[in-house]
Ligand binder design. Structure first.
Ligand code: FAD
Ligand code: UDP
Length: 400
């Protein structure tokens, strides 16, 4: 499909599509070049094209749009997420309103179980988790709160991902659900990571077993890729897939660049590489309708090499005789998926950010461009706010 989009563009506007790297008569063929066709890049492209009538070239080195949210039908015809499970959730009405221009939605509330020994227990930890793990009969929120208060080991200065969990639920629950998973996922002990990482997962005293409590939880009805295709389908947008931004002479193509790849790569890693965590995905299709009880099962035990297994039919609602699943194996090498939140990395990012701030011809955006552990909706919010500021700047310049 992505190829078809590209072909359609090249048929429609062969002059401009052929333009990358070629300066035409001294005037530049585009107003903006955008590196990356994920949420950050695609939203900026759509807004600039539709909202400000700018001519935009979007390049992505991958052969498809949608960035890490890319989904596709596998050989068996099951809709899967190539780069691991992406579940959309947000509290922002603005974000929902914007994305709803390009997709309808299928309501979906995410549920996760953690495999502990032979038991499958709700994650985040809730009352059912406590009753199941310890063979208890906690009847109320108050019972569970009292139990957790007795387990908790107060930490005075909560800084790390270990502190925040031990402080809330004590060492045993920390070791059971967080320590091994985090060591695998990040290649670091939780005590070496900012508290923001494990703080993403709350602790509950209720029976609520949803992974997220956001006001809006739903999946794009026809998938993420289809949503991106609609977003980028605009006469002012040209798309060059399989194209590395660093192979272009961006300054010859447009006066402004929006860069959503890793910020350290943009500056030739001049202060050394910013650490990112990667994953290897093992996708499988099984000759059975169902594989597991919920969409995602987490494996916190350190002896198990993968962190979680996702069964996509729960996310998509697809009906199919077979089912497709993905195992995630954390890895130091591979595509950069996660910025690693810890003080020394934040300090290194600041040095790159200082370089970025000196440039008025480039805007850095997105999870890799701003080195932030953002969910999809946060990247949408960041891109919409960045566009608004940019549009004001452009309007002021036109008026002057
Ligand atoms: P990306 O999607 O990474 O897009 C950046 C694009 O830039 C990529 O396509 C890349 O190929 C391209 N690029 C980079 N360098 C170059 C270059 N030199 N030239 C050309 N192109 C380049 N968020 C949620 O809200 N819910 C979830 O359940 C969820 N699950 C996730 C699971 C996993 C395994 C991962 C890794 C992330 C998950 N996220 C989730 C986060 C979500 O993926 C991101 O918030 C979002 O995709 C970030 O969008 P982006 O545009 O910033 O970056
Ligand atoms: N985490 C954990 N055990 C779990 C789930 C999460 O230790 O069962 C920790 C782990 O460090 C993980 C972080 O909490 O990286 C954030 O979890 P989340 O599910 O938000 O991770 P993501 O979906 O972004 O990979």
């Amino acid at each position: 499909l992505a190829e078809a989009v590209q072909m359609r563009r090249s048929r429609r506007a062969p002059d401009r599509f052929a333009a990358p790297g070629i300066r035409r008569g001294g005037s530049r063929p585009y107003d903006v070049v955008i590196a990356g066709a994920g949420f950050a890049g695609s939203i900026m492209a759509e807004r600039l094209a539709e909202g400000s009538n700018k001519r935009v070239l979007v390049v992505d080195k991958r052969p498809h749009v949608a960035g890490n949210a890319y989904d596709l039908h596998d050989k068996a015809g099951v809709l899967i997420h190539q780069y691991g499970p992406h579940i959309f959730h947000t509290n922002s009405e603005q974000v929902v309103d914007y994305l709803s221009r390009f997709t309808a939605w299928r309501p979906y509330e995410h549920r996760v179980l953690a495999k502990v020994g032979e038991k499958l227990l709700p994650m985040p930890i809730n009352r059912t988790t406590l009753n199941g793990l310890y063979n208890l009969n906690l009847q109320s929120d108050e019972d569970a709160a009292a139990f957790l208060a007795a387990q908790a080991e107060p930490v005075e200065d909560i800084r790390t991902s270990r502190d925040v969990v031990v402080n809330a639920v004590g060492r045993h629950l920390y070791e059971t659900f967080f320590q091994g998973y985090t060591r695998k996922q990040w290649g670091l002990d939780p005590s070496e990571l900012d508290k923001s990482v494990t703080s993403r997962v709350p602790t509950r005293t209720s029976l609520d077993d949803r992974y997220f409590t956001d006001t809006f939880q739903a999946m794009p009805k026809e998938g993420f890729t289809r949503m991106f295709e609609r977003m980028l389908d605009h006469p002012n947008i040209d798309l060059a897939l399989g194209t590395d931004f660093h192979d272009l002479k961006a300054g010859d193509l447009a006066p402004l660049t929006i860069y959503t790849g890793p910020i350290d790569a943009f500056f030739g890693h001049r202060f050394g590489p910013l650490p990112y965590r990667s994953l290897q995905f093992r996708h499988e299709t099984l000759d059975q309708r169902r594989f597991q009880e919920v969409a995602v099962v987490n494996y916190p035990a350190q002896e198990v090499p993968f962190t979680r297994v996702t069964e996509y039919k729960y996310l998509t609602g697809q009906v199919h005789d077979r089912t497709s699943i993905t195992y995630e194996y954390p890895s130091a090498v591979g595509d950069p998926y996660y910025p690693i939140p810890r003080p020394e990395n934040a300090a290194l990012f600041k040095r790159y950010e200082a370089l970025a701030l000196q440039r008025d011809d480039v805007i850095f955006l997105g999870r890799l461009g701003t080195y932030r552990y953002y969910n999809m909706d946060q990247v949408v919010g960041q891109a919409l706010a960045t566009y608004r500021r940019l549009a004001e700047r452009m309007a002021a310049r036109t008026a002057a």
